[in-house]
Write a protein that binds this ligand. Structure first.
Ligand SMILES: Cc1cc2nc3c(=O)[nH]c(=O)nc-3n(C[C@H](O)[C@H](O)[C@H](O)COP(=O)(O)O)c2cc1C
Length: 338
């Protein structure tokens, strides 16, 4: 039987304000809670609908299910392996530079379907003369455009994921991982692998212990010219708080306990417990990058007290240490070129 719900069951889960406000980079997943395929499709459908420069439509994704390929995480990036081991779904986001070859057609299609009109200066023959304009632009420019498009697509997918109760995190890839990805997924030469996204149900709280740090609004946005901050109206702030878009900043009480209990639950060993005091963001004070205060071993252990091993026996491999990765690779016969 189909597990695809009706529109009325999905429709009111979360509005745009709330999903923008609640989205976090989730780095702890329920490893055994599978993600419904319709939700993955919904994310991809959202990515397909994102705007692209000149209707470029170069966004691409390869969806991989960890359980069907349990060793997939080894071929990813050194830095992302803890997150990727836990997530049941991994999405490899790419863009296809090959689409620049058919951009004339893409723009013609906008004329054909009534998105672009003559009043705005668009005409079939004029577009034919101008395109393939991209073939004349430097590669660096084209990559930048395609990467921006991909970012928009990824963000659409993230917001749909949040609305459907899923967590996501983008993960970078080392050079080796990029090479591996090309062979593993049969990527055409025109595909550029950009980011690996983990997808799954959060094992940490959905709000990730509070909204993540951002510099003050006034240092980022301006009116008329830089140096003249866009005035942040407190009434609008209050409205957006009421709409759940602006949420309390982390760390919320209990965050350290949450992280450390998860560390224990997934069998990483006490040397992996976070052993510093969590404190408020210092992004508002550019001279304020102070090292967090350490906690004693006893204080650290207390934060994880009461945590028990995952009932399924799922344990993480502590691969963030380079020597651990090296050992694992040697045992498995994975060479540098893999
Ligand atoms: C393009 C991109 C790449 C990222 N790569 C990583 C990564 O490799 N590892 C990781 O833990 N987080 C990664 N992140 C997540 C960021 O650290 C995160 O977005 C940022 O700290 C803000 O937190 P938030 O997403 O929870 O609001 C990435 C985010 C973006 C947009």
């Amino acid at each position: 039987m189909s597990d695809v719900p009706s529109a009325s069951e999905v429709g009111s889960i979360m509005d745009t304000f709330s999903s923008i406000g609640l989205r976090r980079s989730i780095r702890w997943y329920e490893p055994n809670k599978s993600v419904e395929k319709w939700k993955v499709q919904a994310m991809l459908e959202a990515a397909r609908l994102s705007p692209t420069a000149g209707n470029f439509n170069g966004q691409r994704a390869i969806v991989v299910y960890r359980d069907e390929d349990p060793e997939i995480w080894e071929f990813i990036s050194d830095w992302s392996q803890i997150t990727t081991q836990m997530a049941p779904v991994l999405i490899f986001w790419c863009y296809d530079m090959g689409n620049y070859d058919t951009m004339g057609q893409s723009i013609h299609d906008l004329l054909r379907t009534g998105a672009l009109d003559k009043a705005h200066g668009w005409e079939y023959d004029r577009v034919s003369r101008l395109f393939p304009l991209p073939a004349m632009l430097p590669d660096a420019v084209l990559h930048r455009l395609a990467a921006i498009d991909l970012g928009n697509a990824i963000q659409n997918a993230c917001l749909v994921a949040t609305s459907l109760g899923l967590g996501t995190c983008l993960n970078g890839a080392s050079g080796g991982a990029r090479r591996n990805t090309k062979a593993k997924f049969n990527l055409p030469d025109t595909y550029v692998f950009s980011w690996l996204m983990t997808v799954g149900y959060p094992a940490e709280s959905m709000d990730g212990g509070g909204a993540r740090s951002r510099p003050p609004f006034e240092t980022m946005f301006f009116e008329k010219q830089v140096g003249n901050p866009f005035e942040r109206n407190p009434e609008v702030v209050k409205l957006l708080q009421d709409l759940n878009m602006l949420q309390p900043a982390g760390p919320l009480p209990g965050r350290l306990e949450e992280i450390n209990k998860l560390t224990r639950r997934f069998g990483l060993g006490d040397e992996w417990l976070t052993d510093w005091k969590l404190e408020d963001s210092q992004l508002g004070d550019l001279a304020g990058d102070k090292k967090p205060a350490p906690l004693s071993a006893e204080e650290v252990r207390a934060t994880a007290a009461g945590a028990s091993a995952d009932p399924s026996g799922f344990t993480l491999k502590p691969t963030v240490k380079r020597e651990e990765i090296q050992k694992y690779r040697e045992e498995k016969g994975i060479g540098d070129a893999d």
